[in-house]
Design a protein around this ligand. Sequence first.
Ligand code: AMP
Length: 112
Amino acid sequence: MEDCIFCKIANHVIESNYVYEDDLVAAFRDMNPQAPTHVLVVPKKHYANIVDDVPAETLAAMAHAVDEVAKAEGVRDSGFRVIANTGDDAGQTVHHLHWHVLGGTSLGEGLV
Ligand code: AMP
């Protein structure tokens, strides 16, 4: 999608701080980190959110990317949280599917 910031970052039209990448997805650091590890996993193709008929292959690639990010960031054993804000009530601000991968500290028990 032409005006989508995450389309541009995932496809290197705009460069970012990448942690992992493959043919279907890119993972890069959130510009406003909420934890020592705060990485966004996004598909290279545009989907508005998790309920936008996302192909199973893309979801599998995103899950694989989460694992790669967790390994690269050293949080795979200590634990981490994956969040997909979806729609207005969740406060989704970028309307390109993305999973937040948060970790590197105790995240507490609030909101799951
Ligand atoms: P959400 O509320 O789930 O839509 O969160 C969008 C996230 O994208 C926020 O945590 C922002 O800090 C992050 N973000 C927005 N623009 C950029 C960007 N250009 N590079 C990195 N992170 C971004």
